[in-house]
Design a protein. Structure first.
Length: 404
């Protein structure tokens, strides 16, 4: 079943790209669904292109193969086939309706009813579909919601959340990017009522959505609403201060989710890493941003070099964003760090062994002492000077820790 299009626009350029055009030629009844339609209507860059069709997955594969397009059965039980054209994958999903949901997963049946498929989407702005001629189909007022800057659930908000509690976080992701003005009252009430369901979500899904929220150009209003409705305390129980995030965004700091998380989170970083199951590199960076000292605008070049010798420059720069943002002198300090070559201590263990010492604890002790001497001098002594200092400490008996 179908209906008259709600809007016709000139076909967006992505519809004429070779891969998309080839798949639509093989499946002329298919429509672009979801995010690509939404972003095309508001003039935002279009990312992944997903197609929907009333054909069964088997019929989709047959049509693609007949057109010489590789078809990969990436999720047949959910009706999804991936068409691969010139190394690019485009997902095609058969129209579906939900039969059973449990708050995390859904059991679906295939249908040929476009409205029924749209009805299982989360938000009205995600329930749009577009033919290759630019005809846009809108069954639940998504176009008007886009114009009004309103994020609204399809149907009853509480029911949609109960079907998948991740939709609570998805609401704030879309709110951060598309909303203007006050939030939808039904959505807010349903989110408050569904908070307990967040506990059943995997940490990976929670962090994935939180990261997308924080990656929005300006997530301040969305995060403030999360705090107001109790969502922020549920996903960051160690404590968070939205005002610190607001200050960072106001300073035009980079749109970096980890930097923004470091700014607003007030609890134990290690506990947060465990709770969200952060990747090792994410955990290490978050700890580095929160654990170490920050340079100050009045620090001299020698102090800058010493800090750079122990810490990556991007970490130092991010600590400055957290410490001072756009206050006077901080921008110049960030520029100084970026322009200063990172000092590298020029000696290694083999330099000590080359002077006749046996391997053992004294080798490391001597290296630490000479490195401390090098740091005290602003990390400027070259390899020859460091070797002379090493030799002096060996031959004059300074290896026991005494300073020359």
């Amino acid at each position: 079943m179908s209906a008259a299009p709600a809007l016709r626009i000139p076909p967006p350029l992505f519809l004429s790209e070779p891969a998309t055009a080839a798949v639509l030629a093989a499946l002329p009844e298919a429509r672009v669904a979801g995010g690509a339609v939404r972003d095309a209507l508001v003039g935002q860059p279009v990312g992944d292109i997903d197609l929907a069709t009333p054909r069964s997955p088997e019929a989709v594969m047959q049509a693609l193969s007949a057109a010489g397009i590789r078809a990969v059965p990436t999720g047949l039980e959910h009706g999804t086939v991936t068409a691969v054209v010139d190394g690019r994958g485009i997902e095609i999903t058969t129209l579906r309706r939900d039969v059973e949901t449990d708050g995390r997963h859904a059991r679906v049946e295939f249908t040929d009813d476009w409205r029924e498929d749209a009805a299982r989407r989360d938000f009205t702005i995600n329930a749009l579909s577009m033919q290759r001629d630019g005809a846009v189909f809108d069954y639940f007022g998504g176009i008007e919601d886009l114009r009004a800057g309103r994020v609204r659930f399809v149907g009853k908000a509480a029911q949609r959340i109960a079907e998948d509690y991740l939709r609570i976080l998805r609401f704030f992701r879309f709110f951060a990017r598309y909303a203007r003005g006050a939030p939808d009252r039904d959505a807010s009430a349903a989110i408050r009522g569904g908070l307990a369901g967040l506990a059943g979500l995997s940490a990976e899904r929670v962090w994935s959505e939180l990261k997308r929220i924080l990656a929005a150009p300006d997530p301040v209003a969305a995060v403030a609403l999360m705090a107001e409705l109790g969502v922020l305390a549920a996903v960051l129980p160690g404590g968070a201060d939205p005002a610190r995030l607001a200050a960072l965004v106001a300073a035009w700091a980079p749109t970096d989710p980890l930097l923004r998380l470091a700014a607003m989170f007030t609890g134990d970083v290690d506990a947060l890493g465990d709770r969200l199951k952060l990747a090792n590199d994410e955990r290490a960076r978050l700890s580095a941003l929160r654990a170490g000292p920050s340079l100050q605008p009045h620090d001299d070049d020698a102090t800058v070099r010493r800090m750079l010798a122990d810490t990556e420059p991007d970490v130092l720069i991010d600590r400055i964003w957290l410490a001072g943002g756009d206050a006077p002198g901080w921008a110049e300090l960030r520029a100084r760090i970026a322009a200063t070559p990172r000092p590298i201590f020029p000696l290694e263990g083999r330099d000590v062994l080359a002077l006749g010492l046996e391997p053992g604890p004294r080798v490391g002790q001597l290296l630490r002492e000479v490195r401390a001497w090098w740091m005290d001098r602003g990390c400027t002594p070259d390899v020859a000077a460091c070797r002379r200092e090493l030799e002096a400490r060996i031959w004059l008996g300074a290896g026991d820790g005494r300073t020359k």
